[in-house]
Write a new protein. Structure first.
Length: 307
């Protein structure tokens, strides 16, 4: 079986998290036997990160063999460098990126990597995003692209752009899900101690994830079960068994770790699910109610109104 290659273009002054997050996602996926291969290249013989960590010698991008349906990923680097005359005169790099697009290679950017794609011309007429501090600047510098504000990542005609840092991981998990399915991506996320992949159209600051910012494995198991089985009804005793604790203990610890009661958390899950399902015009209210574990369509309106 041919392996899908993920090529990271490592630029001088690269932000380590923009590189390491997506890189680890694909590495973990390969560890679960996904036919993935990772390779790195650069524009320079030697370079260091934005934190001044030296990075070993990498192959020049022109030496990389990359084919249709492979991925080219450009993590963010210091924007002052990306916007510098020194970098912008590297016409061979921008030509190579355009050539990758023409060969139907899938191209991804993390954070300020979107400025590299914009400079190369591959974002012309495309929807894209970057870090929220830089969206207006990106639009002003490149008026022919369509910058989307306050989303985690975008996908438009085999070009993916993400807001940066953690959203690069969300984008990478989304790509894994596209290629290997939802359950496989869930396993990879769990390996990375990430318990809920955010969708691209979620805001850059996700409210729901705030209630998973803890390390209690029993409560995470309950939250996982609720998210996967939202259409099913479970008693407090059944949820307590999943967490390997008593009903009373689950009630107390769930509130302690998440600041919500179990019922309040279920309501939040349902509210989010209703929002997602409502975007599909083929979903009737009865279908939405059923998939959210509600007995009637009237409950949908009540949940939507809850703050």
């Amino acid at each position: 079986m041919k392996k899908t290659k993920f090529v990271f273009l490592v630029l001088p002054n690269i932000h380590l998290m923009d590189l390491a997050g997506p890189d680890q996602v694909f590495l973990e996926a390969a560890g679960y036997n996904a036919p993935f291969e990772i390779e790195y290249c650069s524009t320079e013989k030697s370079l260091s990160s934005s934190a001044k960590l030296p990075i070993g010698k990498l192959n020049h991008f022109s030496k990389i063999k990359i084919e249709e349906n492979d991925f080219l990923l450009i993590p963010g680097a210091e924007l002052n460098y990306i916007l510098s005359d020194e970098f912008k005169t590297n016409k061979s790099l921008f030509s190579w990126i355009r050539n990758c697009r023409d060969k139907k290679i899938k191209i991804c950017s993390i954070c300020s990597g979107a400025f590299v794609l914009a400079e190369s011309g591959v974002l012309e007429g495309k929807e894209c995003t970057t870090h929220w501090k830089r969206t207006k600047e990106l639009q002003q510098l490149y008026p022919d692209i369509k910058v989307i504000e306050n989303v985690l990542f975008t996908e438009d005609d085999n070009i993916y752009t993400s807001a940066g840092i953690a959203s690069g991981i969300d984008m990478a998990l989304y790509i894994v899900e596209q290629m290997k399915g939802e359950y496989f991506a869930h396993k990879v996320a769990r390996e990375l101690v990430i318990y809920s992949r955010r969708s691209g159209n979620q805001k850059q600051q996700s409210e729901l994830l705030n209630f998973r910012n803890h390390i209690h494995s029993g409560i995470h198991k309950v939250q996982d079960w609720l998210q996967i089985n939202l259409d099913k009804k479970a008693s407090l005793t059944e949820l307590a068994e999943i967490a390997c604790m008593s009903d009373r203990n689950l009630t107390r610890i769930f509130k302690k770790e998440t600041s919500l009661t179990v019922n309040q958390y279920i309501t939040l899950l349902r509210k989010e699910k209703i929002g997602q399902l409502s975007k599909n015009p083929d979903n009737s209210r009865s279908i939405i109610a059923k998939q959210c574990g509600l007995k009637s369509e009237k409950q949908i309106s009540r949940i939507i109104k809850k703050k």
